[in-house]
Design a protein. Structure first.
Length: 409
C-alpha cells in the first residue's frame, strides 16, 4: 500500500450542514457502503494513482495547503479506504472474487435495490407503484384497452422510480393498454461496463418482490452462439448491481404479472468511442454483429416481441463533471435539446439520432445513448410517440437528470 490506487468509483459533491463534502460510491456493490470525504481528503485520493508513493502525496499536500500531513494520518486514510474496498488492492480483489462466485452460484438475480429505491414488501410496493399512475401527473389507473394492438418498442426511465414516477407510469400504462408481449428484449444501460464487451446478457431470472420474472435462457443461448462480436456472457457479473434492467423487471411484474412472457436482459455499454471518432455505431463490428444476430433470431420468432429500453437522457451539472451548476435556465435548455433528439426517435431514425448526439459530442451525457441507438436500429422506421418527459433537479449537487417515456408502434 506504499503506492495506493483508488478504484474507478463515483465521486460527487454533497452539502451537509453548510459544508461541501464528496461522496464516494461504488455502484457495482463490491464496496457496499459509501464514504463521505472532506475536500482535503478528496484532494489526497485524487493522487492515489498507483504511481505516487505516500511521500509524493505528502509533498503535494504541502504545496496545495501549506502544511505537513502527518504520515500516520495519511496511512490511516489508506487503511480505511482499503477496509471499505475502495482501493485496487489484494483485499478488493479477494472481495470481488468472493462476490463474483456468490453471484454465479445463484439461479436468480436478486432484487438488489428492494428496500432502498422501492418497497420490498409486496402489498406496500403495489400501493406505492399504483400511486405513480394517479393524476394529475400520472395517466390514471384504467386506460382503455386497444384490442388486437401490440407495441413493438417501449422506452422507460431507469432513474430512481420515486423521482421518475410519472414517466414510468405513462410507459407501463401504455403497455397495459395493448396486447401483452410474449417475449421482452430488455436493453439496459450498463453503467459499469468498461471492458471490450459492449453487450452483456445473463441467463439468470430476475427476482422482484412481486415474483420472479423468467429469462428465456434458450433464446439467450442461441443469441450468444450467433454473436461473433464478443462473449455475450463474458461480463454477466455486470447484472448483479445494475439498476437499469432491475427497474424494468419490477414494472413488468407490476403491469403484466410474472406469467405469460419471458425476458432477454441485455446490458449495453458505452458507445462513446464511436462518439469520439464520429463513426456511426453500425461501423463497429461488435455492434453490427449483435444487430445481425438478434435480427436473425427475431426474424424467425413466432411470439409477440417487445423491445424495451431502460434509459435516461441528460446528466448535467457539477455531480457529472460540468463546471457549471444546473439551474432552471440550464434545465430549460436541456429540455429543448432533449426534445429535438426525441424527434429522431419519433421518426424511427437511428442515423439522425446519432448525428444529433455528434453535434455537441454528447455534451449532455445521454445515459441511454447505446441502448436507445440499438433499439432504434432493431425497430428502424417505426414511429414513436412521446408519452411523458421530465427532469429531476438535484439542488444539493447542483445537477439534474432528464428522462422520458415513449411508445413505438
Amino acid at each position: 500500500m506504499e503506492r495506493p490506487k483508488i478504484r474507478a468509483v463515483e465521486a460527487f459533491p454533497v452539502e451537509q450542514n453548510g459544508q461541501t463534502l464528496v461522496c464516494l460510491r461504488d455502484s457495482s456493490g463490491v464496496a457496499p457502503n459509501p464514504i463521505m470525504l472532506g475536500m482535503g481528503a478528496y484532494f489526497i485520493i485524487t493522487l492515489f494513482n498507483g504511481a505516487n508513493d505516500l511521500r509524493d502525496v505528502q509533498a503535494a499536500f504541502m504545496r496545495r495547503f501549506g502544511q505537513m500531513l502527518p504520515l500516520e494520518q495519511l496511512t490511516g486514510l489508506v487503511e480505511a479506504l482499503d477496509r471499505a474496498f475502495f482501493l485496487d488492492s489484494p483485499a478488493f480483489r479477494e472481495r470481488e472474487q468472493s462476490e463474483r462466485a456468490a453471484f454465479f452460484a445463484l439461479s436468480e438475480r436478486p432484487a438488489a435495490l428492494a428496500g432502498l429505491c422501492y418497497s420490498h414488501e409486496p402489498a406496500a410496493l403495489r400501493a406505492e407503484l399504483g400511486a405513480f399512475f394517479d393524476p394529475p401527473e400520472g395517466p390514471g389507473r384504467a386506460l382503455p384497452r386497444k384490442p388486437g394492438a401490440s407495441l413493438k418498442g417501449l422506452i422507460a426511465p431507469h432513474i430512481d422510480p420515486r423521482r421518475g414516477a410519472a414517466a414510468y407510469a405513462h410507459a407501463y400504462a401504455e403497455l397495459m393498454a395493448h396486447e401483452p408481449p410474449e417475449l421482452v428484449i430488455i436493453l439496459g444501460t450498463s453503467h459499469h461496463g468498461a471492458g471490450p464487451e459492449l453487450f452483456s446478457a445473463t441467463r439468470k431470472n430476475y427476482a422482484t418482490p412481486l415474483g420472479v420474472v423468467e429469462t428465456d435462457r434458450d433464446f439467450i443461448d442461441r443469441l450468444a452462439a450467433r454473436f461473433t462480436g464478443g462473449d455475450l456472457l463474458g461480463d454477466e457479473i455486470l447484472h448483479r448491481g445494475e439498476h437499469s434492467i432491475e427497474f424494468q423487471a419490477l414494472f413488468l411484474a407490476y403491469a403484466l404479472g410474472v406469467r405469460g412472457y419471458r425476458i432477454v436482459p441485455i446490458l449495453v455499454s458505452s458507445f462513446h468511442e464511436m462518439v469520439a471518432s464520429g463513426l456511426t455505431p453500425t461501423h463497429d463490428p461488435r455492434v453490427r454483429s449483435f444487430l445481425d444476430a438478434l435480427n436473425d433470431l427475431l426474424g424467425t420468432e413466432k411470439r409477440d416481441v417487445l423491445v424495451l429500453a431502460g434509459v435516461d437522457f441528460a446528466h448535467v451539472g457539477r455531480k457529472f463533471g460540468d463546471s457549471f451548476a444546473a439551474d432552471e435556465g440550464v434545465a430549460r435548455r436541456i429540455q429543448r435539446e432533449d426534445l429535438d433528439l426525441i424527434e429522431n426517435i419519433k421518426r424511427g431514425d437511428p442515423d439522425g439520432f446519432f448525428a444529433d448526439i455528434l453535434r455537441d459530442r454528447d455534451a449532455r451525457k445521454i445515459c441511454g445513448l447505446s441502448p436507445m441507438y440499438t433499439q432504434l436500429e432493431l425497430l428502424k422506421g417505426r414511429a414513436g410517440r412521446l408519452l411523458k418527459y421530465g427532469i429531476a433537479m438535484e439542488p444539493q449537487t447542483e445537477s439534474c437528470v432528464s428522462f422520458a417515456s415513449l411508445a413505438i408502434d
